[in-house]
Design a protein around this ligand. Structure first.
Ligand code: IPM
Ligand code: MG
Length: 371
């Protein structure tokens, strides 16, 4: 098979490079065993790019990202770059620029609880066993990008910090339609979350989601919820949810909450997708929900599962390799069921392992599943 699947690797900072190394191994495995070949190039993002080029994302790397079929990103950020004189020189700004320039407005964050990890959650097993939620977070609008923004000096000697929450009709409709489409392939239920009780942008969100639902998706069950109530309901009875659609900031917060219910941030993958072009292809970036975890970076302790599961999402959404995606997901599940645990999900009676050994085990399981 020709190597026409263009994949850009951006390992980034902290544990990013070591978890991404495990994806490389799976890619090599697919090449060898499945004759599925990717054309992989690698670039710098975040603090690594700041150190090399003085900016968290160079124009050249952005051009590579635009030319790729998919981008795999590890993590960005760390204390070394925490004190910038210029806010746009933070590692995170590189990631935000990628999301914006690639038009990745729909961020899919599945929160699933694997049976083997039920006891890793801080919630009671009966509350989370079998949990399978998809959070669809708007990713290129809202307060993350709204203008005006900044910090200004006031004549009275005080300072004022400003950010703007702003959404337009089309921004709301396109992300809501991703949520409705996903719901149709799942349990056919969407909860839309905002703060329509205090924010005009939230009220518009509710009105536009309602309208789109009536026009095109009345077969899907739709419920609206204030985001604070949503945060509470997620802890109280998470299994009432199937797909949740919400704005950029609420989605950031609610997805961390949902992720932790599954036991560890080290388990949760994500896909960020743009609009489909004439051929049905979308710009896409895949990354674990967890951050760069500088405290354990370089120690071979990090959990590579979230990143491997993000690669499974890439196989599914960017490369139409659904069977391979399922095999990889199954391999991760089986290894966990067999008792292998990185430190973040360690439990009594289980076998504690390193990043590399987790990768070894998953590769062995892939061998078994495909033989
Ligand atoms: C996330 C992260 C990012 C965000 C940071 C690193 C900019 O928290 O992807 O959830 O706030 O979107
Ligand atoms: Mg976050």
């Amino acid at each position: 098979m020709p190597a026409n699947k263009k994949l850009l690797f951006l390992p980034g900072d902290g544990i990013g490079p070591e978890v991404m190394r495990q994806v490389r191994r799976v890619i090599d495995w697919m090449d060898r065993k499945r004759k599925v070949t990717f054309d992989v190039t690698e670039g710098l993002v975040g603090g690594a790019a700041i150190d090399a080029h003085g900016t968290p994302l160079t124009d050249a790397t952005l051009a590579d990202a635009l030319a790729a079929d998919a981008v795999m990103l590890g993590a960005v950020g760390g204390p070394k770059w925490d004190n910038p004189s210029d806010y746009m020189k933070r590692p995170e700004a590189g990631l935000l620029r990628l999301r914006k320039e690639l038009g990745l407005f729909a961020n899919l964050r599945p929160a699933t609880v694997f049976d083997a990890l039920v006891d890793a959650s801080t919630l009671k097993p009966e509350i989370i066993k079998g949990l399978d939620i998809m959070i669809v977070r708007e990713l290129t609008g809202g307060v993350y990008f709204g203008e005006p923004r900044g910090i200004e000096d006031l004549p009275n000697g005080e300072r004022r910090g400003v950010n703007t929450q702003v959404y337009t009709t089309s921004e709301i409709r396109r992300v809501a339609s991703v949520a409705f489409e996903l719901a149709r392939k799942r349990s056919n239920k969407v909860h839309s979350m905002e703060k329509a009780n205090v924010m005009e942008s939230g009220l518009l969100w509710r009105q536009e989601v309602t309208k789109l639902h009536q026009e095109q998706y009345s077969d899907v069950t739709l419920e609206h919820m204030y985001a604070d109530n949503g945060a509470m309901q997620l802890l109280k009875n998470p299994k009432q949810f199937d797909v949740i659609v919400t704005d950029n900031l609420f989605g950031d917060i609610l997805s961390d909450e949902a992720a932790m219910m599954t036991g560890s941030l080290g388990m949760l993958p994500s896909a960020s997708l743009g609009a489909a072009d004439a051929n049905g292809n979308r710009k896409a970036l895949y990354e674990p929900v967890h951050g760069s975890a500088p405290d354990i970076a370089g120690k071979d302790l990090a959990n590579p599962c979230a990143t491997l599961l993000s690669f499974a999402m890439a196989l599914r959404y960017s490369f139409n390799l659904d069977d391979d995606a399922k095999t990889l997901e199954k391999a991760v599940q089986n290894v966990l069921a067999g008792g292998m645990r990185t430190a973040d999900i360690m439990a009594p009676g289980m076998a504690r392992c390193s990043t590399t050994v987790m990768g070894d085990s998953i590769l062995r399981e892939l061998d078994k599943l495909s033989s």
